[in-house]
Design a protein around this ligand. Structure first.
Ligand SMILES: NC(=O)C1=CN([C@@H]2O[C@H](COP(=O)(O)OP(=O)(O)OC[C@H]3O[C@@H](n4cnc5c(N)ncnc54)[C@H](OP(=O)(O)O)[C@@H]3O)[C@@H](O)[C@H]2O)C=CC1
Ligand SMILES: Cc1cn([C@H]2C[C@H](O)[C@@H](COP(=O)(O)OP(=O)(O)O[C@H]3O[C@@H](C)C(=O)[C@@H](O)[C@H]3O)O2)c(=O)[nH]c1=O
Ligand SMILES: [Mg+2]
Length: 307
């Protein structure tokens, strides 16, 4: 028990943090997942102390930096908080990890890109965030990349799960009372199950801990397949209806017809080449991931009677 490898996870109450806690870690591994009650990410001194002091006198094996300011529109008018949480906190973790000689896995976003590309974004493509959220997340990336800590920066996109705030839960909630929803049909990307993302991050983190020669750098992870938000919404309602859940008609609209404080990339598709090459990770299709989430949200019993 004393030589259990313990990983510190931030954003513990979020979508990803919840799935990292639920992940079936192999014997000998454990996570301590913290959120704002244990540590305010705006407090860089507290971050340094937490990494240095370790858990019950035992050093941490690694940090997974998943906590973030994820309110994309609100960030446009709350710039200092967004940068504190998304850039300075990862900087503080990376500095402490470098000092402690442990790896850090930084979770980042498709919103570091401007969306002006045909096809999927490669990890080497130029970044040019359109808004405060993406810019602050890029700040976090740069801090980790230049810290000297062994690291993996894993960009993901359109994260969804049975827990926390996300597009699936918004659609089901609004669709329960509105027969027709207007959803943008000109932003393209790939949804990502927090469950599948957690598994990929676990694989990368354990390898970084166990193998000093493990690959490092920047990676992309999403589920496989391209869709627009409107197409995603239609599949949510199709799969929901098949399980006896809410259904609604989706009217595709343009981004111009859905004004928001923050600009979002028109194309968010992420190439998996790097993560497959270095870590052998092959993400499942987004439709399969959606089905698993709806089974959890709506109960799998309807599906079983259909089968
Ligand atoms: N959600 C998405 O679509 C995407 C997310 N990502 C990235 O993936 C990671 C995980 O995202 P996800 O799980 O969806 O995000 P969530 O918003 O679900 O979780 C983030 C967690 O961080 C917490 N947090 C925010 N501010 C602070 C603070 N000052 N101190 C301590 N904790 C704080 C939040 O608490 P509270 O809820 O109280 O604010 C929340 O529990 C993030 O790094 C995000 O940037 C990347 C691409 C897409
Ligand atoms: C609710 C709703 C949204 N939309 C649009 C707005 C937006 O362009 C898109 C998705 O809405 P969301 O609020 O989920 O978008 P958003 O919060 O921008 O989602 C992003 O979150 C951050 C944290 C990330 O890192 C990104 O990868 C991405 O997942 O759908 C509609 O067109 N109609 C609607 O009824
Ligand atoms: Mg959102």
């Amino acid at each position: 028990m004393s030589d259990v490898k313990r990983i510190l996870v931030t954003g513990g109450n979020g979508q990803l943090g919840t799935e990292l806690k639920r992940y079936a870690w192999p014997e000998g591994w454990a996570v301590t997942a913290i959120d704002i009650d244990e540590l305010d990410l705006r407090n860089t001194a507290a971050i340094a102390t937490m990494v240095a002091e370790s858990h019950d006198g035992q050093p941490w094996a690694a940090v997974i930096s998943a906590g973030a300011y994820t309110a994309v529109d609100k960030a446009e008018s709350d710039i200092v908080t967004a940068w504190a949480v998304n850039a300075m906190a990862p900087a503080a973790f990376a500095e402490s990890c470098a000092k402690a000689g442990i790896p850090i896995v930084q979770v980042s976003t498709d919103y570091v890109f401007d969306g002006a590309r045909d096809g999927a974004w490669e990890v080497t493509d130029p970044v040019a965030p359109l808004g405060v959220y993406g810019a602050s997340k890029l700040g976090g990336e740069l801090a980790v990349r230049t810290s000297g800590a062994r690291h993996a920066i894993v960009r993901t996109a359109w994260v969804v799960s049975a827990h926390g705030n996300n597009f699936i839960k918004t659609m089901l909630r609004v669709g329960a009372t509105n027969p027709t929803l207007r959803v943008v049909d000109d932003q393209h990307g790939s949804p990502t199950s927090a469950t599948d993302l957690a598994a990929a991050l676990a694989t990368i983190t354990m390898r970084l801990v166990e193998d000093p020669a493990a690959p490092t750098g920047t990676y992309h992870f999403s589920n496989v397949g391209a869709v627009t938000w409107a197409g995603f919404a239609r599949e949510i309602f199709a799969q929901s209806a098949a399980r006896g859940g809410a259904s609604a008609e989706v009217q595709g609209i343009t981004t111009a017809e859905y004004p928001t404080p923050a600009m979002r990339p028109a194309n968010s598709l992420l190439s998996h080449d790097a993560i497959t090459r270095d870590y052998g990770i092959h993400p499942p299709a987004w439709q399969t991931a959606l089905g698993n989430i709806l089974d959890e949200l709506l109960g799998a019993s309807n599906k079983e009677t259909r089968a």
